[in-house]
Design a binder for this molecule. Structure first.
Ligand code: 13P
Length: 251
């Protein structure tokens, strides 16, 4: 069922002690708030088990920021979906533009990751989004459609229904330049249309589509007010409990 969700993506930030403290602060803040959305924090692998031990899973979900495209074996330095699941995490961000851009993650690789995440009962938060050049040359709707088709359209309708999507225009990530609420709505409606064409209206209507890219307490309300924006995937502003809560309470 379609849900409103605010998820933090801590990226490569915080030591273990800092991360546990931040998780505790968010958890505590949530105890005093009647949140109108699901709240998730996606944290570095090294923090997962410890953070899982300090949060109330009924109020705060936990996720990883990535997982390997293999189940196990000789892949030095990689962390598999079963390993992530064994920490108590329930979500995993996949296909983030930073992974695509800096670590060469292709749709073929992402397909494997999505399958392994689903096999291990992890909910993928699957990221898509265009770069500035594609926004400016007008190909952005086509680009995002292809990203979805290439990585996800071999899934059954049942499995597709388990995904959360996150539209993150690359030009808005960490730049302070947010997509306008109308730009976000245009893309989110487009994404829902692409899903409807393949899997039908019901699956499309039930898919949560989050917006990510310089989302802050000051702009979250307007973005979340758009009919096809079901929440946010938050980078920088999720590293401070107060600003993260400012976004959570925008619903
Ligand atoms: P910022 O909120 O820092 O722009 O990052 C967005 C993002 O990449 C979340 O995954």
């Amino acid at each position: 069922m379609r849900k409103n969700i605010v998820a933090g993506n801590w990226k490569m930030n915080t030591t273990l002690a800092e991360g546990v403290k931040l998780a505790e602060d968010v958890n505590k803040a949530l105890e005093n708030v009647d949140a109108k959305c699901d709240v998730v924090i996606c944290v570095p692998f090294t923090h997962l088990a410890s953070v899982n031990g300090v949060i109330n899973a009924d109020k705060l979900g936990l996720g990883a920021e990535n997982c390997a495209d293999h189940k196990s074996g000789a892949y030095t330095g990689e962390v598999s979906a079963p390993m992530v699941a064994s920490t108590g995490a329930k979500y995993v961000i996949l296909g983030h533009s930073e992974r695509r851009q800096y670590y060469g993650e292709t749709s073929e690789i992402l397909k494997e990751k999505v399958n392994l995440a689903l096999e291990n009962n992890l909910t993928p938060i699957f990221c898509i989004g265009e770069v500035l050049e594609q926004r400016e040359d007008g190909s952005y709707l086509e680009v995002v459609k292809s990203q979805i088709e290439e990585a996800l359209f071999e899934l059954s309708a049942e499995d597709f229904g388990k995904l959360i999507l996150a539209y993150e225009p690359v030009w808005a990530i960490g730049t302070g330049k947010t997509a306008t609420d109308d730009q976000a709505q245009e893309m989110h409606a487009h994404i829902r249309g692409v899903i409807a064409e393949k899997y039908g209206k019901e699956v499309a209507d039930n898919t949560s589509i989050l917006y990510g890219g310089s989302c802050k307490p000051s702009n979250a309300k307007a973005l979340f007010a758009k009919p096809d924006v079901d929440g946010g995937l938050i980078g920088g502003a999720s590293l401070d409990a107060e600003s993260f809560m400012g976004i959570v309470t925008a619903f």
